[in-house]
Design a protein. Structure first.
Length: 274
């Protein structure tokens, strides 16, 4: 009886958590008049016209154009974070240099620094470099190991690796770069995949940074394109907006499902030792 009650409670909580997602998917199939007038979960007259309007285009471009822009930025951010954060983590975890401890502590302090504090200085820098209204301000910082959380995650993982592997690589003639490439990097796979998943999700859903640096509708991403459904006419096109929201969620869901096993493995392994 206890097990039945427990499963019932879990199912109720699950339905409560999934209700917003179910409502979003259901509303994307509702006619424009029913979106604002009906509170029912299921549409009375389902229609795919909202998705047709999305593929017809908004702001002069179709959804695939904005999808491509988001994919370019997200892919660049993933490559930059995986490469730069793994290099910085290897340096903090394995190499000995002057000021390593204070530098690592200073990097950890930046985790508590709100993004809005550095937003204006970063914008001034990119404006002087002539990079505003390009993808560079959204991708270039990722190649400089600016996400301290991922550096810390990889440092914890590398510290759990036996140092005998580094010594064996040194005896075989490998220097620091060779040890990183042939020993540490292959074993760092769970942490790298965890970094890639979180970076992809956060970059794909980012709105504030893209809103600040991108001014041309041709360079807009999916989050910015959603705003066009609200501002382009006297009355908001809620149906197509919800349809485009569903399409924007699909890559994140597929990406997470494909690498969920590696995500759990990377987080648990990185947090056990240090």
């Amino acid at each position: 009886m206890k097990r039945v009650v427990w499963h019932g409670v879990v199912l109720v909580v699950l339905l409560v958590l999934l209700y917003p997602l179910l409502w979003l998917i259901s509303t994307s199939f509702k006619p424009a008049t029913e979106v604002v007038s009906s509170l029912a979960l299921l549409p009375s007259e389902p229609t795919v016209r909202n998705y047709g309007e999305v593929f017809d285009g908004v702001g002069g471009h179709g959804v695939l154009h904005y999808f491509g822009n988001s994919l370019v930025i997200a892919a660049g951010a993933v490559v930059g974070n995986v490469l730069s954060c793994s290099l910085a983590a290897y340096a903090f975890a394995r190499l000995h240099f002057r000021g390593r401890g204070p530098l690592f502590g200073f990097m950890m302090i930046t985790i508590m620094l709100p993004q809005h504090v550095v937003l204006i200085p970063q914008y001034v820098i990119f404006q002087q470099l002539g990079m505003v209204n390009t993808f560079w301000p959204l991708v270039l910082p990722k190649f400089l190991a600016t996400d301290a959380f991922f550096v810390f995650l990889m440092v914890q993982f590398i510290r759990s690796l036996p140092r005998e592997l580094d010594e064996a690589a040194t005896l075989d003639g490998c220097g620091p770069v060779g040890t990183y490439r042939h020993v540490v990097l292959p074993l760092l796979r769970p942490a790298l995949i965890t970094t890639a998943i979180f970076t992809f999700i956060w970059t794909w859903n980012d709105f504030l940074s893209q809103l600040i640096y991108l001014n041309d509708p041709e360079k807009f991403t999916l989050p910015l394109a959603l705003q066009l459904f609200i501002d382009q006419a006297t009355q908001s096109a809620y149906g197509p907006m919800f349809a485009m929201s569903v399409l924007a969620l699909l890559p994140i869901g597929l990406f997470f499902l494909a690498f969920q096993r590696f995500l759990v493995n990377g987080v648990t392994t990185s947090g056990l030792k240090g």
